[in-house]
Design a protein around this ligand. Sequence first.
Ligand code: FMN
Length: 138
Amino acid sequence: MLVKIAPDLDDAALDAVCALALEIGLAGIIATNTTVGREGLTTDAAVVEAAGAGGLSGAPLRERSLQVLRRVRAAVPEDFCVIAVGGIDTAADAAERLAAGATLVQGYTAFLYRGPFWARQITRSLARRGATRGTARA
Ligand SMILES: Cc1cc2nc3c(=O)[nH]c(=O)nc-3n(C[C@H](O)[C@H](O)[C@H](O)COP(=O)(O)O)c2cc1C
């Protein structure tokens, strides 16, 4: 069993989740889910407001998900599974997560926008780059 965390947690809460995950023997952490934040959007604020509450995914989430991944990776042992998700769109994004210590990467929004061959494009590009966990070839 893995636990999936919100990008809206502060550092203290992230550290507490990591400690608890280790303490109770979870198999890993998935970072991150969607955000309730609305910062940094280029869409008109009234349009965003009209869309209502709910989780925001995709590009606006990218930097925060990467920050959370780095925080989580620093708080758990190297062999502890950490799945990176949130705003991953390109092979460079995926390589960046791997370089930041992700065990696996996942995409949801980009898959919807890019279509069924998206994952193949990413994996082929990663293979060409020779990107693996812990390498910094983004
Ligand atoms: C329409 C939609 C439905 C989702 N449903 C779930 C869900 O049921 N369980 C879950 O853990 N995450 C769910 N997520 C979150 C995604 O798995 C992912 O963590 C999040 O969207 C960030 O990744 P992305 O930027 O690649 O979309 C959902 C996201 C979207 C956009």
